[in-house]
Design a protein around this ligand. Structure first.
Ligand SMILES: NC(=O)c1ccc[n+]([C@@H]2O[C@H](COP(=O)([O-])OP(=O)(O)OC[C@H]3O[C@@H](n4cnc5c(N)ncnc54)[C@H](O)[C@@H]3O)[C@@H](O)[C@H]2O)c1
Length: 283
């Protein structure tokens, strides 16, 4: 079920990971970036991921040949002939609407268009596509190469046949699809952020330190990683953005704690800035 030609709009952290997943599964992949500088950076990101897979022994083909199956373009016309396009531009409705319009101008009428949004409503995004019946969420997780989960988010207008197609594609990527109706935070972000915000409130109230709170969930409940280390890895700014969206749509229980706002304002964004609830010497 892996389409022979797949498009990815936005070749950042997630888009490069999504491109890597499809190219390793045998597709020709076209990544569309915003300008020439971003084009080079995206190509390097995908190449590095392919080389890392080869070094880890998880790629059974020649890495050079695999990397050569990915092209990075600036013109969305390169998406012509793709039967699946996954949008992974930054979390901004206007940017995403523009990306959909450029893709829909060139893709086939039965091609599936999916968004990797982590917090924007699929129904809201569907308002800016010409064919909402072939539109859904495909929420990959970070880092894509090692994550086994993709949330397939169905909008009110998504054709059930499209959901079946996307679910089959996810399984053929070697990942597991969970199908979720469009709702704030889908399943994963809503539960993950709820736990993370409560853990931050506990630090704020002096209940325990980050390492002890994380250990309680890791050892007590068998979570592979505690909520505060997870927040550091995802990025405090990313988590704050999702919390704000959930607060607006689901109410006070998702109100971002003052400590989270303060840490983001001070530039303590987690692993990527070198400091969050933990110190990260390697970025
Ligand atoms: N980072 C995560 O942990 C994570 C997890 C799941 C989902 N997401 C979602 O995935 C999406 C992308 O996130 P990311 O972390 O990869 O962001 P990122 O900033 O790393 O990458 C975004 C990429 O989009 C490119 N871009 C910007 N405008 C563009 C345009 N008009 N056309 C084409 N490309 C454009 C940028 O150059 C950049 O390479 C967001 O919607 C985010 O919410 C992120």
């Amino acid at each position: 079920m892996i389409p022979s030609r797949v498009g990815v709009i936005g070749g950042g952290r997630m888009g490069a990971g999504i491109a890597h997943a499809f190219v390793c599964a045998g597709a020709q992949v076209v990544v569309v970036e915003r300008d020439a500088a971003a084009q080079d950076a995206a190509a390097a990101r995908v190449r590095e991921m392919v080389e890392r897979s080869a070094a880890r022994g998880t790629l059974d083909r020649d890495p050079g040949e695999v990397a050569a199956s990915v092209t990075v373009a600036v013109d969305a016309a390169a998406l012509a002939g793709c039967s699946l396009v996954v949008e992974a531009v930054p979390e901004d409705r206007a940017l995403k609407a523009d990306a959909f319009a450029r893709a829909e101008a060139v893709i086939d009428p039965d091609a599936v268009l999916a968004s990797n949004t982590s917090s924007i409503s699929i129904d809201a995004l569907a308002g800016s596509v010409r064919h909402p019946e072939r539109f859904c969420g495909m929420h990959f997780f970070n880092p894509v190469p090692s994550s086994k989960l993709v949330e397939v988010v169905t909008g009110a207008a998504t054709d059930p046949a499209v959901v079946d197609r996307v679910r089959a594609v996810v399984e053929d990527l070697g990942k597991t699809a969970v199908v979720v109706r469009d709702a704030p935070g889908f399943a994963s972000s809503r539960l993950g952020v709820a736990l993370g915000l409560e853990a931050i409130r506990m630090v704020e109230e002096g209940v325990a330190g980050p390492a002890d709170i994380d250990a309680a969930m890791e050892l007590g409940y068998g979570h592979p990683m505690g909520p505060l280390r997870t927040t550091d890895i995802v990025g405090l700014d990313v988590r704050l953005g999702i919390a704000e969206e959930l607060h607006a749509r689901l109410g006070e229980r998702f109100a971002p704690p003052e400590l989270l706002r303060r840490m983001v304002a001070d530039g303590h964004l987690g692993r990527k800035s070198g400091r969050g609830f933990y110190e990260w010497s390697q970025r």
